[in-house]
Design a protein around this ligand. Structure first.
Ligand SMILES: Cc1cc2nc3c(=O)[nH]c(=O)nc-3n(C[C@H](O)[C@H](O)[C@H](O)COP(=O)(O)OP(=O)(O)OC[C@H]3O[C@@H](n4cnc5c(N)ncnc54)[C@H](O)[C@@H]3O)c2cc1C
Length: 408
């Protein structure tokens, strides 16, 4: 198991510098344009694919970094560039993690490459769990998966919502109910291969922030997929369901559900995105405070401004430390016994909101306009207390874990 260390090694530093260069030279200059267009920035995804930054190889390398710091470092740099564009670059990763968390080696090898495509023909993937009546309450999910034994096919029916890349993805990972009696323990994840009839995009949402990232409903109308598209395979599912039924009968060991396995693995990575946004806003505010002159001196000469910047810097560092700890624990195979993954997401998400709001205040009237980037950063930051589990749900997870009480 690698020791926890805050020193990046030479390879990590080189990768960070490379990503930072792309974020500064390609992502940042395009941020305002794609925010206004509210469209997927395909040309930037293609640019990233050309240099290997949007590729399975790159993410696999970071994902399997034994220190655990590869992914959070990459996320922080990309989201420092711009959150909407960066989410278009990393949204595929949530679906890939869904396959990594629940799939067999063969499924991982077959489907993850198709999620990214290649530099000549880039592709995206979507992870579809949320539904109109099942957001935080995952157990309320209604999308059904029914096994047609005669044809060895699964039939998916239902409506998913809020899916990042939903409908424009090459591969969709869909969580559905296989046994309604078991609540969230009766869920399973499925691959819907490219071009499968019956899957279509519903409404595309117009959003407050991260507007370059595509968010839409996904409608599943009698979608037939081969038996081998059940992630983990039928045998494993049957065993898991049998254990869950046994547990319902006897009150035994806990069984994890499919969507939760994905979210647990991805929370620190999402938290790192929030750190990137917060750091970006802090840097803009620091620079502005040094140059903006009022009452004959730079505004940073006032403790009222300088102390805010001190708080912002402290919060950003504290958030990163929580993220790195959780990421290291996940890589080292240490279970989140005190809900460390949720702690990192909760604190980093709220830090992004607080710090971007403080940055707007420090920029005064300019902070409120689209001439300066902190207005966009503040809108982008708002999603970080909502998706991948709201702040209230993170607090619920932490409170239950640290107290052992089934807090409601
Ligand atoms: C831009 C965007 C992208 C997204 N991308 C994806 C994606 O790719 N795939 C996917 O599956 N989903 C995605 N989501 C969905 C996201 O994960 C959900 O929006 C989120 O889980 C919250 O669900 P909800 O919106 O239904 O809110 P609700 O669950 O209805 O919550 C409403 C409010 O009630 C609070 N609340 C609910 N239950 C409790 C409780 N027990 N105690 C205290 N407070 C509670 C919540 O914290 C929140 O403040 C995305 C959402 C957005 C907006």
């Amino acid at each position: 198991m690698p020791e926890f260390a805050l020193d990046l090694n030479d390879d990590q530093k080189a990768v960070r510098e490379w990503i930072h260069g792309f974020a500064a030279d390609v992502i940042r200059p395009a941020a305002a344009e794609w925010d206004e267009r509210e469209e997927t920035p395909w040309p930037i995804i293609q640019e990233a694919a050309k240099i290997g930054l949007y590729s399975l190889d790159f993410y696999a390398q970071q994902f399997f970094d034994p220190t655990g710091l590869g992914i959070p470092m990459a996320m922080e740099e990309l989201f420092w560039g711009d959150a909407g564009i960066a989410l278009s670059l990393v949204g595929t990763g949530l679906a890939a993690v869904g396959v990594l968390a629940n799939g067999t080696e063969e499924q991982i090898g077959t489907w993850i490459p198709q999620m990214y495509g290649d530099a000549a023909d880039v592709k995206l993937a979507a992870f579809c769990s949320s539904e109109p009546d099942a957001g935080s309450d995952v157990a309320a999910m209604r999308t059904r998966a029914v096994y047609d034994e005669a044809r060895d096919e699964w039939v998916l029916t239902g409506t998913k919502t809020w899916a990042t890349n939903g409908g424009i993805a090459n591969v969709h990972v869909v969580v559905a109910v296989v046994d309604p009696e078991l609540g969230s323990k009766g869920h399973a994840s499925f691959i819907v291969p490219p071009g499968t009839p019956g899957l279509s995009q519903g409404q595309k949402f117009k959003k407050h922030g991260i507007r370059a990232s595509h968010t839409a409903e996904v409608v599943l109308d009698d979608v037939r997929i081969p038996g081998h598209c059940l992630l983990g395979g039928k045998e494993k599912l049957d065993e898991r369901l049998a254990r869950a039924r046994e547990r319902v009968r006897t009150g035994g060991e806990r069984v994890k559900n499919a969507a939760m396995a994905t979210f647990e693995a991805s929370r620190p990575a999402v938290a790192a995105q929030a750190v990137g946004i917060a750091r970006a806003a802090y840097e803009v505010a620091l620079e502005y405070a040094k140059t903006r002159v009022q009452f004959g001196r730079p505004i940073i000469d006032n403790q009222g401004i300088a102390f805010q910047l001190a708080d912002m810097a402290t919060r950003v560092d504290a958030a990163r430390l929580l993220v790195w700890r959780a990421s290291w624990m996940a890589a080292a195979g240490k279970p989140f016994e005190a809900a460390e993954g949720s702690m990192s997401k909760l604190f980093a998400g709220e830090t992004a909101q607080t710090v971007t709001a403080q940055a707007m205040q420090i920029l005064g009237g300019n902070g409120y306009t689209r001439e300066y980037p902190v207005e966009r950063m503040h809108r982008d930051a708002a999603i970080y207390t909502v998706f991948e589990g709201t702040s209230e749900i993170q607090r619920l997870v932490i409170a239950r874990t640290v107290s052992g009480v089934a807090v409601r």
